[in-house]
Design a protein around this ligand. Structure first.
Ligand code: ZN
Length: 210
């Protein structure tokens, strides 16, 4: 087992309470599964941890980009959230992290990673024109900007969110200026059932703090 267990909402260690997991700060929580370091073996474990839940990755990965982090929330039968991070370099922004989170409402992982105050993206979603769009299967998914001004987190990032397949879809770009990269119509692919092509993915490298 290379994944360690934690709270989806905070970094405090959680304890087993019978069938459940409990966080000292958040009470009973769905377990968050996270690798010490991104690797192929850990990714296979990640996909098994929430077997029937989608894990989206930008696809295909641009040359030189790597899968640097991922996490899942929930159980084999009842996935609640999945996150991936790909990292690379852009000419304008230098090192860039692009995090994709899909989650059931109220899970809190997206908000933790985005550094926003509320569990769910909020009323900005669907108001006015979207900031960008991504493609999932044959669907074009609009994503709206989520304000980070009310949060206490100070790291430089852009947050956009929308809805895909009845779940929240968040994207967090670091630095904030890297949001421009999303103008090129990114494709997100659910890799949960992908199998052998995953072996071709480059894993590892520094994961972003969250
Ligand atoms: Zn917690």
């Amino acid at each position: 087992m290379t994944l360690s267990v934690g709270c989806p909402r905070c970094a405090t260690p959680i304890a087993r309470a019978g069938e459940l997991w409990s966080c000292p700060d958040h009470g009973v929580v769905e377990p968050l599964w996270r690798p010490g370091e991104a690797s192929y073996d850990a990714f296979v474990e990640h996909l098994g941890a929430t077997a029937r839940f989608p894990t989206y990755l930008p696809w295909p990965l641009s040359p030189g980009w790597r899968v640097t982090d991922f996490a899942a929330v929930g159980t084999v039968d009842r996935g609640r959230a999945a996150m991936t991070c790909v990292s690379g370099t852009s000419a304008l922004d230098g090192p860039v992290d692009a995090l994709v989170i899909t989650e059931e409402p109220g899970t809190g992982l997206g908000a933790r990673i985005a550094g926003t105050r509320h569990d769910d993206p909020g009323v900005e979603i669907g108001e006015g024109p979207p900031a960008t769009r991504v493609r999932i299967d044959s669907k074009s998914v609009p994503l709206w900007p989520v304000s980070t001004s009310a949060s206490t987190a100070e790291w430089d990032r852009s947050v956009v969110a929308g809805e895909a397949d009845g779940r929240w879809l968040w994207m967090v770009l670091r630095p904030a200026s890297a949001l421009m990269l999303l103008r090129d119509d990114w494709i997100l692919r659910d890799v949960s059932g992908l199998g052998p092509p995953l072996v071709e993915l480059p894993f590892g490298g520094p994961a972003p703090a969250w």
